[in-house]
Design a binder for this molecule. Structure first.
Ligand SMILES: Cc1cc2nc3c(=O)[nH]c(=O)nc-3n(C[C@H](O)[C@H](O)[C@H](O)COP(=O)(O)OP(=O)(O)OC[C@H]3O[C@@H](n4cnc5c(N)ncnc54)[C@H](O)[C@@H]3O)c2cc1C
Length: 397
């Protein structure tokens, strides 16, 4: 049964919705209802990501990503310790595949220090001590504070924590639209609210539109596919090995991640997808394939950085290209040790349609008692608890 009225209605039971609800509860506001459209939590980005708690390295200083990532990392790690959840604290290295990447590696180091992140330079000999397989040119960045969690465990623990605090998390109910000022139409009835939080992830723009927001954004989904080390095989990667990314785009490049349970993954890609839930080759397009193709075509001609992604990423459906990227990060890479992983995620990336530029930062907009978390792309999992603190401090005073 849905209540007739709540103080705060949270749309979306991903990590952003759950952490905002928890932050409200921590501050004594327990009359909160979280509604999740799917039958279970974690069906979308929050349950399908790499589980990496990033450590504030990549982001332009002053950005919301820079402001929230490191603090979010610390809060999430403390939560995992408190709840006894899986947590790997093996750190990560960022390596240069060619000399031409060294200036960007320097820029990453500079951003990291300006963001307050703990990073160190490693020469090739020191790198071999940390990650014997990793290869680089001259030097690499070492981030001790990068950690890895099990995202589904985190979601379940957040839900249990909320329920212990008296907050209801209801699955199988969707926000369908507004039913007048301060009233939401949900599957199964209407609910009156004083405040609403839009944490609908890949559907954030659709939830925001009835509130008169997000009109100049288009949401372009990018598919992340992974490969993983075959069961029984071994390959000596101890933590996480990342390449130098193209920092003009929001993607980090195919990398090695050792999961919180010790499994070795490669990926994810950033392939333009045909739908917000297009996890299979053609399934989950939600009737959006054609408009998305048209939008992709427009971006292809208008945005050279998108064009690079569109030309290079889809090839990685073919194992050859995937393996080629991986082999540039480590010595002695053997494609036959890796197999396609079942994990597939979709990154819902906003594009500002006025400029045709990919939006690089998180966007939080508020109007008429509703707060909308738009563009919750990576590292929003890491940042979520700090994003939640900021939202509650700024919008629930
Ligand atoms: C492949 C991949 C790898 C990533 N790796 C990392 C990483 O290593 N580290 C990191 O920090 N970040 C990573 N990210 C990003 C991270 O996963 C996301 O930033 C984060 O999970 C976003 O959380 P969310 O709650 O906003 O979205 P979601 O998890 O998508 O949650 C939104 C929820 O809202 C629900 N919903 C939508 N519409 C409605 C509606 N109308 N009514 C009710 N419910 C609705 C959806 O069903 C969904 O469950 C990765 C993402 C991907 C795709």
């Amino acid at each position: 049964m849905l209540p007739e009225r709540v103080e705060t209605l949270v749309i979306g039971g991903g990590v952003v919705g759950l952490t905002v609800a928890r932050e409200l509860a921590l501050r004594g506001r327990r009359d909160v209802l979280v509604v999740e459209r799917e039958a279970e939590l974690g069906r979308h980005a929050s349950g399908r990501n790499s589980g990496v708690l990033h450590a504030g390295i990549y982001y332009a200083p002053e950005s919301q990503k820079a402001r929230t990532c490191l603090a979010g990392n610390r809060l999430m790690r403390a939560f995992c310790r408190e709840k006894g959840l899986s947590l790997s604290e093996a750190g990560k290295v960022i390596v240069a595949r060619e000399e031409a990447e060294l200036p960007v590696l320097d820029e990453l180091y500079s951003r990291a220090t300006r963001n307050g992140a703990r990073v160190e330079w490693l020469d090739e000999k020191q790198l071999a001590e940390v990650e014997p397989r990793a290869r680089t040119r001259q030097k690499a960045i070492w981030s001790r504070d990068t950690a890895v969690v099990d995202p589904l465990e985190v979601l379940q623990a957040l839900r249990a924590d909320l329920e212990d605090r008296g907050v209801r998390v209801v699955t199988g109910r969707a926000f369908l639209g507004r039913a007048g000022p301060g009233r939401a139409l949900l599957t199964g009835g209407t609910v009156a609210y004083e405040r609403l939080v839009n944490a609908a992830g890949a559907w954030c723009d659709l939830v925001a539109r009835p509130f008169g927001l997000a009109e100049h954004y288009r949401l372009i989904p990018f598919k992340g596919i992974y490969r993983r080390l075959k069961p029984g095989a071994s390959f000596d990667v101890r933590g996480n090995i990342y390449p130098v990314p193209d920092i003009r785009n929001p993607f980090l490049g195919v990398h090695f991640t050792r999961s919180a349970h010790g499994h070795l993954y490669l990926g994810p890609t950033a392939i333009p997808a045909f739908g917000r839930a297009n996890y299979g080759l053609l399934s989950g397009t939600g009737g959006e394939a054609l408009p998305l193709l048209l939008a992709d075509a427009t971006l292809f001609f208008r945005n050279p950085r998108f064009r690079n992604v569109a030309l290079s990423e889809p090839k990685k459906y073919l194992p050859h290209y995937f393996h080629r990227d991986a082999a540039r990060l480590v010595q002695g890479y053997s494609p036959e040790l890796f197999e396609a992983a079942t994990k597939v995620g979709i990154r819902p990336q906003l594009v500002d349609w006025r400029t045709k530029e990919l939006v690089m930062d998180f966007v939080v907009e508020a109007r008429d008692g509703a707060v909308h978390v738009l563009n919750p792309v990576s590292p929003a999992f890491t940042s979520s608890m700090e994003i939640a603190r900021t939202i509650v401090a700024e919008h629930f005073a």
